[in-house]
Design a protein around this ligand. Sequence first.
Ligand code: FES
Ligand SMILES: [Fe+2]
Length: 463
Amino acid sequence: MTDHPGNKAYSGYYNRPAPAEPQPLTETGPGTPGGEYLRRFWHPFLMSEELGDTPKLVRLLGEDLVLFRDGSGRLGLLHRPCVHRGTSLEYGIPAERGIRCCYHGWLFDVDGTILETPAEPASSRIHVNFCQGAYPVREYHGLIFAYMGPPELTPEFPLYDCFTYPSNNRLVPFSLSMPCNWVQIVENASDPIHNVFLHVIVSGAQFAPHFAVPPALEFVDTPLGFLCSAVRRVKDSVFIRAGEIIMPNVAQFIGGGAMRDEDELAVAGFLTRWATPLDDENSLYIGYIHFNDINGQTANCDEGKVGLGRLNLIGQTADRPYVERQREPGDYDAVGSQGAIANRKTEHLGTTDRGVVLFRRLLMRGIKAIADGETPALPRIYPAGPVRSYAHTMTMRAPAGATLGQGETKLLGEFGRRVAKIVVETDTLPPEERERVARQRVRELLDTTGEKATTGEVAAAPA
Ligand code: FES
Ligand SMILES: [Fe+2]
């Protein structure tokens, strides 16, 4: 601590938070470096059930757009102002093919092509000279996605392996509003240590009681982002929960509460969600809950708790009474109260913020790649199947006292890092075989670690 008066007790006068400044990493609008990067990916922005038979005004990446479904069932996402004289297409009339502007009847196809300009003379060529701005749209399991980048660079639509594994997996869509920049939402997912405090010590066991055990944290690269691995010794088991960040704005989690009595290693989904920017200060927390036997969300769970403005996890919305949210705050309160755009100039990062730092580094790298004319890492559909994902949970029996005790943070961390690498290395295998092979390798690794540790041969892993 220096002699600066701002570093002493009662320093409020000297140490007022500086006002937030624009930051490239939080920009979402067209023409900004951050916005251009985000425009290279598909983003979900609406639940299918939110679209009725009239056009829907939406905001996405700082642009005002109109979504509609035409008479033949196709979706169109067009710039809001009609290219003729600017009337909003939210007042347009969906036609059998496309949408007709209410003001002078111009008819636009879902791709923005002008099909008719009825008030113009028959000889008019005006309709072939330009188009209404439009973006491609995809609908998947109750969510509607858009791609807003250069059409010649449209990436494949990302179908992740965990969407269809296990075979009885059911994706139930949801969408929640967050009054803040999208980066804060991803940072929250990159920060496993908050599970200990926000979700157990402060607010009671919101998700799982063993989250109270402070974990060893490791962050491991994947082809599209990184894993946030939290490793705990819980009674007679070593327990790992590794959430996944897929750049730029996807997070996947598995399990979280379920600790089994037998050895388990599962690579599957519990929650897949996008932090979709509506603009710089508003986002959607939108995605799927996976209902399957692996993650404990079985067919008997209540799907009715998942949907528009609803999620079967406490603390994700503003719905609870304010005083209750003060006494038992959740993610919505912690993340939203950082401000519409968190002021990163006034932060003081600690060692447990490594995931946040890693995410920002990857984000800035992606933004720079686009600015330099390069292609960012994009989800790729593998020849043998869908996009690979890596979120995993592991429970391995390991008698307490043998090794990897709760105090052996470095050993626990190194074990978690090696488990994560095994999950990455086995990604070419079909899901079931991948889990079986990975489980076997991890069991062997744990047994070997145990032998070496008891004979004093395992050096502490580098921090
Ligand atoms: S403003 Fe849309 S047709 Fe004239
Ligand atoms: Fe959380």
